[in-house]
Design a protein around this ligand. Structure first.
Ligand SMILES: [Zn+2]
Length: 1011
């Protein structure tokens, strides 16, 4: 999130001074009453070397300047201070590589000019041809690398130690202690001799300095600092940036990238997209890519369209909740979606400072007290000095974010406008001097961030004229499943902003801001620009929201505080517990100890909650309870069926949305109507009364999903779930900082770079050096996973005949003595004893095992697992009798039986050697129409006898484990016959059922007019 909490530091400061943003006169008047301050000069030499912190804009560019460094780092201690030392050392004489140094020195002046130019010069689209510097810089680095020192044992040791310390989250200072120990332990140091005196010792600083040089991480291009005065709040923001060219080069040459990570049509980087694709998959199958290719690629044998994907989200850094890091990252669409799921496929352009925190409320109060210490303490936070250039002023708070984005994106905008040359290595071929033509395909963000990026209102109340950031649908029509309104476009909004038309903007729920993202070159498929290029997070936000509404609507209809709701909740919770213990492990979370009625849904919980509700709706008890309450809504004929249909369709819909590939025809011609029908169903069945009914952004958004998929590929492309896992690294890095808000982003960035450098060193140790990119990196073929032999395990029981003639069973494997051993069905013991008698010629007792492992799957048949019964179900191929769902009671090892034993037992005419399961079998209960048409298929267990509605005689079979087909999810029919169950269709089936729904003619799904 881009500073999610809309705390507004500045408000307090402005209130304090009684000023409005533009009221300069008032500001000056107020300031006259304050104590004056004099800027402190640096010790070195007086006059023009003074770094004026208020000198807007130049600080970052001159990062290499020693004086600047002192200013940026002087307050740091211990750990962080190492970097300071490292940085100021940078220009000291270096005894290691004289040649190398001379190159760096001769370049440094030039670089200074370049880097400041990159930040300050506004480039326009026609300014020169494609950028050549990126490639030239790499070639120079290649040339330089010939003189690099050898990567020796001592470097390995240092790199490995650093990596280990990172993994164990040890503090940076641990490094020297460990080194001292290492040298002492290996006998290289005398007692009391400091490690720094040993020739093989490399300090951390020296190591990273060497790695930076070695992997072309020029300090001048990374972790640059730029300070700006925010146009609305007037707060000073200290922005940490990385140069786009350097980041791009680092990404393109990352030795961890394999040929499989790329995604070119026909394995040819120059191949244009095919004219007719019958599927939608990764982003290069979307309209945005296709149309932009047609519009921008003029010379297909030299030019490659380079889709760039952006992402920004705040990572809250563990226990230091107060500090969060919001990195603006990018990756490339020449890489596949799967590849982009990996952390190392992203590079950070900059960080959005958490400037809210700079002036927390406490500080505001402090200032308000008028205490003389206050202005002194916060002199760097607020600009209250007279005569200072305060930059642009805005009346809109949203402008602050865009002002920061403008700074962060500046070097990228330049790169994107002109394009750049590159030598692309792919599948053993180096394509020299290709011209990359970048365009921003989309900006991944959650709903709230997306609204900020588009400059639309964040408020979602009834008083806002339009809720949707995509189109001009009035708030009052947001629940209309047939709504169709003009799309918002960049040009239209830009015109209103240019004219200063506040009313016009308010009518569109748009902020009057200069949108920093308007500088992006975006997809040529539409004129929406950013307003259509922050795709919705269907898999996260939308489903989470919608599934949540559906749950609430269900309990609303039960009567929120009614007995019925209570009973439904209890049943659903119970069903959830049953659903959680299954051989099929690919299941959503369904265990909700606290019930499912209340509470905000967490991501990943929404599917499970609907599944629990569905289980109850299908169960005999659930249906009975719902129909019994005569006065309630559910007495209406067909309503329970409608609810089942609604919940089933939603579950199937989600499964389909998660597909890595979709048929083009489905999306293009069938999806929109079926989405509208789904919305219609929700309105008719759900009848949401609470709040704004279904006049909600997330509900309305369903209407835009089809466009997003057509434009940008399948929903997984722009789901933020994958990037969020990348936060781990950031969190780890954050732990190694001093947790000071002013320098937090900066320290996190440096730590992340160090981590990257260590990764590069690791790659070099594996024979993949960054500098060899143009020759290609060798990646050994992946070893196929080891195939595990099917085996038995778990607890072990042995059946035996007692002296008194009774059949008994005892646990023979180790067990927790404190736990009571529990009971087991006597008929199962009898069955086991019967089996033992049959095979007694070939083996002694036949132990009963509770676990069977095969093909990476685990099947449990345990009368006691973690204090509860856990008996899985499995689909078994009975040959001529077809496939049947079977309940597992245990496993036996009969491998010692000879081939021709002619033993007949448990339904098998000739038991051969092998592993067997003891099971109960079942059959599908068909309704009048034949096949059951629900997600939960009713099945009935084969039993020998039922007395007083209870199973009194069970029917056991022996089943060869080789006949196991697949794991299953089976739950008892609560309130039904004692041998009735429900078999849940597989997720694959859910998906296919949604496809059937898509393919069914629309007239089978008529929608009546809703008043
Ligand atoms: Zn809309």
């Amino acid at each position: 999130m881009l500073s999610r909490k809309a705390c507004n530091p500045v408000v307090s400061s402005r209130e304090l001074f009684g000023l409005s943003a533009g009221d300069m006169e008032g500001r000056k008047k107020r300031l006259r009453g304050m104590i004056e301050f004099t800027a402190i000069l640096r010790p070195s030499n007086g006059d023009d070397l003074v770094v004026n912190l208020h000198d807007d804009g130049q600080v970052g560019a001159n990062f290499c300047n020693d004086d600047e460094i002192v200013c940026g780092f002087s307050e740091e201690e211990s750990e962080g201070g190492d970097d300071l030392a490292e940085r100021s050392e940078a220009t000291d004489s270096d005894d290691e590589e004289l040649y190398e140094k001379s190159i760096i020195d001769s370049e440094s002046e030039e670089d200074d000019d370049n880097s400041s130019a990159q930040i300050d010069v506004e480039m326009d689209d026609n300014n020169g041809g494609p950028i050549d510097d990126l490639l030239q810089n790499f070639k120079e680095y290649e040339a330089r690398s010939a003189y690099f020192e050898r990567f020796e044992k001592k470097h390995h040791v240092a790199v490995e130690l650093c990596r280990l310390l990172r993994q164990t989250k040890a503090s940076l200072a641990t490094y020297d202690t460990m080194m001292q120990w290492h040298f002492w332990a290996t006998g290289k140091l005398r007692e009391g001799q400091p490690v720094s005196t040993h020739p093989d010792y490399i300090s951390r600083e020296k190591l990273f300095k060497m790695l930076r040089r070695r992997y072309n991480y020029d300090q001048k291009k990374w972790t640059m600092i730029k300070e700006i005065i925010l146009p609305f709040s007037r707060a000073r923001a200290r922005i940490v940036l990385n140069d786009a060219q350097a980041a791009m080069q680092s990404l393109l040459t990352d030795p961890r990238i394999t040929d499989e990570d790329y995604m070119f049509f026909n394995d040819d980087p120059f191949s244009p997209p095919p004219d007719h694709l019958d599927y939608i998959g990764d982003l290069n199958t979307g309209r945005s890519y296709m149309e932009t290719y047609k519009a921008l690629i003029k010379n297909p044998s030299k030019e490659i369209l380079l889709p760039v994907v952006f992402y920004a989200d705040a990572a809250v850094t563990g226990q230091f909740v107060a500090l969060s890091v919001t990195a603006v990252q990018f990756s490339l669409g020449i890489f596949s979606r799967i590849a982009r799921d990996k952390e190392h496929m992203w590079r950070t352009l900059g960080y959005i400072p958490d400037y809210c925190k700079v002036a927390s409320r406490g500080k505001g109060f402090f200032k308000q007290t008028g205490h003389a210490d206050a202005p002194m303490a916060y002199q760097n936070t607020y600009l209250e000095n007279e005569g200072e250039d305060l930059g642009e002023v805005s009346k809109v708070s949203a402008q602050d974010l865009h002002a920061m984005l403008e700074v962060i994106l500046a070097s990228f905008i330049q790169l994107q406008s002109r394009g750049f040359y590159w030598d692309l290595h792919y599948k053993g071929i180096t394509y020299e001097n290709v011209k990359f033509v970048p365009f921003v395909t989309f900006f991944k963000a959650d709903t709230e961030e997306a609204e900020k990026l588009c400059g639309s209102y964040n408020a979602h109340t009834a008083t806002v004229s339009q809720l949707c950031r995509y189109c001009e649908c009035p708030t009052d029509d947001s629940d209309d499943h047939l709504a169709q309104f003009r799309l918002k476009t960049k040009n239209r909004i830009q015109r209103l902003v240019d004219r200063g038309d506040e009313d016009g903007l308010r009518a569109l729920s748009q902020q009057n801001i200069k949108n920093a993202l308007y500088e992006f070159r975006m997809g040529q498929h539409s004129d929406q620009h950013i307003h259509g290029s922050c795709p919705m997070e269907m898999l996260h936000a939308i489903l989470l929201g919608i599934f949540g509404y559906v749950r609430d609507m269900f309990f609303e209809q039960c009567g929120p505080t009614s007995k019925l709701a209570e009973e439904m909740n209890a049943l659903a919770t119970e069903a959830g517990m049953r659903l959680a213990r299954q051989s099929e492990r690919d299941m959503p979370k369904t265990k909700f100890a606290g019930g499912i009625t209340r509470g905000k849904l967490q991501a990943k919980e929404h599917t499970g909650i609907l599944l629990c509700i569905l289980a109850v709706l299908c169960s005999t008890s659930g249906e009975k309870l719902l129909r019994d309450r005569k006065k309630k809504n559910f007495a209406e004929v067909g309503l329970v069926e409608d609810w089942i249909r609604l919940v089933e369709t939603l579950l199937e819909w989600e499964e389909w949305l998660k597909s890595p590939l979709m048929q083009y025809n489905h999306v293009k011609y069938r999806l929109q109507y079926k989405h509208q029908y789904l919305m219609y169903l929700m309105r008719v069945v759900g009848k949401r009364q609470a709040g704004m009914g279904l006049k909600l952004v997330k509900f309305h958004s369903i209407l835009h999903m089809q466009q997003d998929i057509l434009n940008f590929g399948v929903p997984m492309e722009y789901d933020t779930g994958s990037n969020e896992s990348g936060h781990k690294k950031t969190k780890r890095a954050a732990k190694l900082t001093q947790k000071r808000q002013e320098t937090f982003d900066e320290q996190v960035d440096i730590r992340l770079q160090e981590e990257h450098l260590l990764e590069m060193a690791k790659e070099e140790m594996n024979g993949r050096e960054v500098r060899n990119y143009r020759q290609g990196h060798y990646h050994p073929a992946q070893q196929p996973p080891k195939i595990e032999q099917p085996c038995l395990g778990g607890a072990k029981y042995e059946a035996y005949k007692h002296q008194n003639g009774n059949n008994c069973i005892r646990l023979t494997s180790r067990a927790n003595k404190k736990e009571p051993l529990g009971k087991i069905e006597s008929q199962l013991v009898d069955f086991l004893i019967g089996l033992q008698e049959k095979v007694s010629d070939y083996m002694g007792t036949v132990p009963l095992h509770t676990l069977h492992k095969r093909d990476g799957l685990k099947f449990r048949a345990s009368p006691k697992f973690m204090n509860e019964i856990w008996r899985d179900w499995v689909m078994i191929d009975w040959g001529q009798d077809g496939e049947q769902a079977c309940k597992l009671y245990g496993f036996v090892d009969l491998t010692q039986i000879p081939e021709d034993s002619s033993i007949e037992y448990g339904g098998i005419a000739e038991v051969g050697p092998g592993l067997y399961a003891i099971v109960e079998s079942s059959f599908v209960i068909e309704d009048e129409d034949g096949e059951s048409d629900h997600l939960f298929v009713p099945i009935r267990k084969d039993v020998l006898e039922i007395t007083n509605n209870m199973v009194s005689k069970m029917q056991f079979y022996l089943a060869d484990v080789e006949a196991f087909l697949r794991p299953l999810v089976v739950i008892p029919d609560m309130g039904g016959n004692s041998n009735d169950y429900f078999l849940l269709k597989s997720r694959q089936d859910w998906r296919e059922r949604f496809i059937d729904y898509l393919e069914a003619p629309n007239h089978e799904y008529p929608m009546e007019v809703i008043d």
